[in-house]
Design a protein around this ligand. Structure first.
Ligand SMILES: [Zn+2]
Length: 359
């Protein structure tokens, strides 16, 4: 397992602890039902949290996991010298909302973001992408993110890692979140605080938290899981659970950086990372903007003519999923709040050769 950063930042790595090498092996040990032995030192705080709390949450998340013993050879130093307040920048809604609140609107230097991160660790690809497609896709994404960071006047640090090589079957795709946290923990000499933008709101986790059981660790539990992944030197803060996703969109809709760089697309298998306008994430974001009356602000990043042609179908699809999908439910609630007309009668629509009944 390795982590890699540009040469002049090498001293950011903490070489006196194995914290960055614990999370992925822990998940694998629990999956394979074998004890975990670390031949080195880790943070005492992290050790206690992993032993007492984290394993219970992971077992709730995936039925195939069992609790295991963790043995280590001692505990790492606790003196903090970190000076960075970090956050990831992907240019998605969650990430932009955190940067907007904790950088643009934050004045306390202890909490104001002063560095942005992007991790090249396989979390930007889908399983069936080829190496070439993945490389070009990440390159296209990183170029956009670098332009945004430059305009924000914040340094962007890229961390490469091979931890994704351990995601060799579908169950292990869930390692993606642990891989991101591991990249943060590798830089404990530099990172004092790190914001993890949330997926669900506190309310969504209460109402829809069982739905992502077994396949999306962040939506399942990030409001109470992330605060357990920290050490005496580096604090991870989950940011954004106080908002619904639609409220985050509303908050950044007038922000020029968001209007230029918003990128929510989840369509993979291609070299370009621009918004496709037709995947689930593009469609629901466009619908939120439509309900808010802010579509025209985002003409640089979405094909609005295409959306306007397809919008009735997108609304019908949203209505079909309001009891199953937290973000569709949020769009529906927002439409009610804004008096925005949505399909409401019981009607049938033919879409993608399937018949949808809207109640
Ligand atoms: Zn898309």
């Amino acid at each position: 397992m390795y982590f890699d950063i540009r040469e002049d930042c090498g001293d950011m790595f903490s070489e006196d602890t194995y914290d960055a090498f614990v999370l992925v092996p822990l998940f694998l040990a629990m999956y394979n039902k074998i004890p975990l032995k670390i031949r080195g030192r880790i943070s005492k705080k992290l050790y206690k949290n992993l032993t007492w709390y984290v394993q219970k949450i992971l077992c709730d998340f995936m039925d195939k996991l069992v609790p295991v013993d963790i043995s280590v050879e001692g505990f790492a130093p606790t003196k903090s010298e970190g000076y960075l307040i970090g956050a990831p920048l992907s240019c998605g809604v969650d990430s932009l909302s955190t940067v907007y609140d904790r950088y643009i609107n934050e004045n306390d230097p202890d909490y104001k973001i002063n560095a942005l991160f992007i991790f090249n660790n396989g979390t930007h690809r889908s399983n069936d992408d080829t190496v070439t497609v993945t490389k070009k896709f990440f390159q296209s994404r990183i170029e956009r993110v670098a332009r945004a960071a430059n305009e924000l006047r914040l340094p962007l640090l890229v961390i490469d890692s091979n931890l994704d090589k351990f995601t060799y079957n579908n169950d292990l795709i869930n390692l993606a979140f642990l891989i991101n946290y591991s990249c943060v923990l590798s830089l404990q000499n530099a990172i004092r605080r790190y914001y993890v933008p949330s997926a669900y709101s506190y309310q969504d986790i209460k109402e829809f938290g069982r739905k992502p059981h077994g396949y999306d660790l962040a939506e399942f539990c990030d409001s109470y899981f992330v605060p357990l992944i920290q050490t005496e030197r580096t604090e991870l803060i989950v940011d954004g659970c106080q908002y619904r996703r639609v409220d985050k969109v509303k908050r950044i809709a007038e922000w020029d950086i968001a209007q230029k760089y918003l990128n929510v697309c989840c369509k993979r298998g291609r070299e370009n990372s621009d918004n496709c306008g037709e995947c689930d994430k593009c469609e629901r974001t466009l619908l939120t903007l439509d309900i808010l009356g802010k579509l025209d602000n985002f003409s640089e990043v979405f094909d609005l003519d295409k959306y306007k042609r397809d919008s009735f179908t997108i609304k019908a699809k949203n209505m079909h999923y309001i009891n199953e999908d937290a973000f569709c439910k949020e769009n529906f609630d927002l439409a009610v709040e804004m008096n925005f007309p949505m399909p409401t009668k019981r009607e049938c629509f033919v879409m993608d050769k399937k018949v949808l009944v809207v109640k």
